[in-house]
Design a protein around this ligand. Structure first.
Ligand SMILES: [Zn+2]
Ligand SMILES: [Zn+2]
Length: 219
């Protein structure tokens, strides 16, 4: 019997990052664990704010000028998804990006697809210390699945802002104000800002303002 027959199972079997089961899964999280991730059902279609029930817009959009037209969030930042995101960012567990991003792809419809994807840029100091930008990693998988162009050199982060989770809602928008700069003309009408986690939406809103000012008609 050929030797590769014996090697094959050990090469392909995977241990699920969540439940520890070993099997022949298509990714590093098994299908039942992926299906059990906390889905975000009702959120404001404009800013992404979690709502008790479906509504087109929310109180946040009435009190704050929201520059994005549509926000798509497949999951709530609850256990065990929070653990997976932290593993990606702080333990370099980049193999988790693909199964989570493919779940995002399954939430998209043809009429929501933009001409280009813009990952939220990290400040060069943070990029250097982490070694990668998790939003760029998400965009790479989106590009593989959807073929949409990824633009990483359009916007730079000019200030190394404090991590948003350390701040309250009002401080967050002050923290991020004027933190980004365009390096050249946009050249697209319809773009998507891609980030790993959205909390108050202050970062996305600051970028959306910049992109609208640069001529984007749909974000
Ligand atoms: Zn599992
Ligand atoms: Zn809203």
């Amino acid at each position: 019997m050929p030797e590769f027959y014996f090697l094959r199972p050990s090469l392909l079997s995977t241990r699920c990052e969540l439940c520890g089961d070993v099997g022949y899964f298509s990714s590093c999280v098994c299908d039942p664990c992926l299906s059990d991730l906390p889905r975000l059902k009702d959120h404001c279609s404009r800013c992404g704010m979690v709502l008790p029930q479906y509504a087109d817009t929310c109180g946040n959009c009435i009190t704050t000028i929201w520059y994005a037209d549509l926000t798509i969030c497949p999951f709530q930042y609850h256990y065990p998804l929070d653990r997976l995101i932290q593993k990606i960012k702080y333990q370099d567990c980049l193999r988790l990006v693909s199964p989570l991003t493919k779940k995002l792809v399954s939430c998209l419809t043809q009429n929501t697809l933009p001409e280009a994807l813009i990952p939220v840029p990290l400040h060069p100091y943070r990029l250097y210390s982490r070694g990668f930008n998790q939003s760029v990693e998400i965009c790479k998988i989106l590009n593989d699945c959807l073929g949409i162009k990824v633009i990483t050199d359009l916007i730079v982060r000019t200030r190394n802002t404090k991590p948003m989770f350390e701040l309250g809602a009002k401080q967050r928008s002050r923290n991020i104000r004027d933190a980004f700069r365009l390096t050249r003309p946009l050249g697209y009408r319809s773009v998507a800002i891609v980030d790993d986690v959205i909390t108050s939406g202050a970062t996305a809103n600051e970028l959306a303002l910049l992109l609208k000012q640069a001529g984007a008609s749909r974000i």
